[in-house]
Write a protein that binds this ligand. Structure first.
Ligand code: BDP
Length: 656
């Protein structure tokens, strides 16, 4: 049991069956038939194309009697999704005698962003090297390509960007495009469209032009020709993802142009083919202004200037995939421009492939956040899925955690985060608990002695990771470079201030936290009323974000009567205890699971428990040098010396 099967553990019929009828024919329908004939143990199935309204998209309906099941959809892909849904339900031991259900996707584009480089390494990838074997393509096709497509289709993911947002111009070279085409051909019947990250300087670097100025006619022509070349190979190519003028990447501002100028130039060349541009809002420069404010400041003035086939891709928080951030205030602020969320499935800041952290609660927290952009109830889910304002494009994305490791994601439980993203992209109304429940039953067992305790671990795990890493709104106090362990003392003099942990926690003799109130950086002003006032006032700010918005005195009284310092100590301690509890619970799971996955997860939990102590000791001992207050006597004393912790230099694999 090596985890390579993911959640796709459908029982195999002893004899091949022939139980599927369909009024449609295509490679996609062939896949659906094959899956059902091999794995479906129940009554005969009719896959039927039917008439549905335009907005039904790739949705489906399932209706059953004890004798027969009908899956109805508008498209072949809808029928494939319906087929996987049946197999999923069978796996969860559903009764099929009288089923009636209807599903349609929350978002049009449900996309994984791979941060894979052409040399096989992955930026922030913790499950080995890239799945894409660029040297072997297009001639040699790994069986994993199809397995990947199948896994995605089974949860409704319908798009993938193959390469790192820090994109090599070579991605657009003719030989690479032929490799991309080979993958696109495998993915097509599974309904997965292919997109590419592009480097803004490609016309200059690859095409030998004088510059890559978006208003230069030669540059425009270069992109137009490139688009024609791509679509000739891949007629259903999805479009471009662009990181521009961010962290040293080139962009339109290099030529005094705006993000809109850059995005529109690309949008214009993709438009005739139905392609789109996902333009990232993750931009910030080393300026005096609070990094958390910068995307909003750059993009809001451009609202209304973007073409219809441009969508702005916005990270869930305004800093960078932290364990907890306030939501990104750009959501809802662009009224005439389509907006999409970008999450990170790969756990760059969440213990990477070592810590068990189930991310559905994080994704949900963002999607359910009320921005108040159009009054109460203006959640990020409703803004991005087009129900609040009619969006021209709807999409949702996440940075993948997939690599060439046998179990795909490094940690067996990290598979749940890939699964959860897909499920929420399909239906953002699902709860974290529903998704965990399904995933456990499909991936391990439906024995409730396993399902219930393991679900409890999963559901609390994200809050636990916050407790032992950065509770109460603390953020970005990670060790520089690899972002794995703690380095709250990090102060990279001479470097960019906003890459130093001390910039984010601002601890001093008085207190700790980043003052983003009106008298501080005034980031609160970027939120719609009443949130701007709520966050501006320390009394009304949710305590789980208090140090995100305020510089709080060490003796500040928290709601439970403890001082801030004490609260911080208890939170770190709680995090440690919670992980130890997970270890105890997991040890009891041995009878219900296979030995290999049991012991591999056990080993990872050991690392996580050790790391939690490391985090707690590092942060408490270091912050204590400012607070000058004792660590409460009833919590476990640090076992490390601060000076020793400061000396730890990790040599992490897979890092840039
Ligand atoms: C940060 C990563 C960096 C990425 C960047 C991005 O540390 O490796 O290139 O985000 O999203 O989280 O562009």
């Amino acid at each position: 049991e090596d985890g390579s099967q993911l959640w796709l553990r459908y029982p195999v019929n002893p004899k091949p069956r022939n139980i599927v009828n369909s009024n449609s024919k295509s490679p996609t329908i062939e896949i659906a038939k094959k899956e059902l004939n091999q794995h479906w143990a129940g009554q005969a199935i009719d896959l039927k194309i039917d008439r549905f309204p335009e907005n039904f998209k790739d949705g489906y309906k399932i209706v059953s009697t004890p004798k027969k099941i009908s899956v109805l959809a508008k498209t072949d892909l809808g029928l494939l999704y319906g087929s996987y849904h049946l197999l999923n339900l069978q796996q969860q031991k559903t009764n099929f005698s009288n089923l009636k259900l209807e599903e349609k996707p929350s978002y049009d584009v449900r996309i994984l962003n791979h941060w894979d480089n052409l040399d096989g390494t992955i930026e922030r990838g913790y499950a080995g090297h890239s799945l894409w074997k660029w040297e072997d393509l297009p001639n040699k096709l790994s069986p994993r390509y199809e397995e990947y497509a199948r896994a995605n289709a089974s949860i409704g993911i319908n798009a993938a960007v193959f390469n790192n947002v820090n994109a090599s111009p070579n991605m657009l070279r003719e030989d690479y495009l032929k490799k991309v085409k080979a993958l696109a051909d495998i993915f097509r019947p599974y309904g997965i469209k292919v997109y590419l990250s592009v480097n803004f300087s490609s016309p200059k670097v690859l095409g030998g032009l004088e510059n890559s100025d978006p208003l230069n006619k030669d540059v425009q022509k270069w992109w137009k020709d490139k688009a024609a070349e791509i679509y000739k190979l891949i007629p259903d190519f999805g479009g471009f993802l662009v990181k521009a003028n961010s962290e040293g990447q080139p962009g339109p501002q290099d030529y005094g142009r705006t993000h809109a100028d850059g995005a529109n130039m690309m949008a214009d060349v993709l438009k005739p083919y139905g392609g789109i541009v996902m333009w990232r809002a993750f931009v910030y420069s080393p300026s005096k202004d609070d990094r958390a404010k910068q995307a909003y400041l750059e993009f809001v003035p451009l609202d209304g200037q973007f073409r219809d086939n441009v969508i702005i891709q916005i990270k869930n928080g305004p800093v960078d995939f932290q364990p907890r951030e306030a939501f990104n205030p750009l959501f809802g602020a662009l009224r005439k421009t389509s907006e999409m969320a970008e999450f990170q499935i790969t756990q760059e800041y969440l213990g990477q492939a070592n810590h068990l952290v189930y991310l559905a609660p994080l994704f949900k927290e963002t999607l359910d956040s009320d921005t108040f952009s159009d009054g109460k109830g203006s959640t990020i889910a409703k803004i991005t899925d087009g129900t609040l304002r009619s969006a021209k494009l709807t999409a949702i994305s996440a940075v993948a955690n997939i690599g060439e490791d046998t179990n795909w994601t490094g940690h067996h439980f990290a598979q749940a985060n890939w699964y959860a993203f897909g499920r929420l992209a399909w239906n953002h109304d699902l709860t974290s608990e529903q998704i965990a429940d399904e995933w456990i039953k499909m991936t391990f067992t439906d024995n409730k002695n396993f399902v219930n305790p393991v679900k409890e671990i999963m559901l609390t795990s994200r809050e636990t990771s916050i407790d032992y890493m950065m509770p109460l709104g603390l953020h970005h106090i990670f060790a520089g470079g690899h972002h794995y362990g703690p380095e709250p003392w990090g102060d990279y003099k001479g470097g960019r201030p906003d890459w130093s942990p001390v910039y984010y926690h601002q601890a001093n003799a008085e207190g700790i936290g980043f003052d983003r109130t009106k008298t501080g950086s005034n980031a609160v002003s970027q939120y719609f009323p009443p949130l701007n006032e709520i966050y501006n006032n320390i009394k009304t700010t949710p305590e789980n974000l208090i140090l995100w918005f305020h510089h709080v005195p060490w003796d500040y009284k928290m709601k439970d009567g403890k001082t801030l310092w004490e609260e911080l100590c208890y939170k770190y301690d709680l995090g440690v205890h919670e992980v130890r509890d997970y270890q105890k619970v997991w040890d009891k799971m041995q009878p219900y699971t296979d030995q290999q996955r049991f012991s591999e997860v056990q080993d990872k939990l050991k690392i996580q428990a050790k790391d939690a102590v490391w985090w707690k000791d590092a942060c408490l001992l270091y912050f204590q040098t400012f607070s000058k207050r004792p660590i409460p006597s009833d919590i476990e004393k640090p076992v490390h010396q601060l000076e020793d912790l400061k000396k730890i230099k990790l040599n992490m694999g897979h890092h840039n």
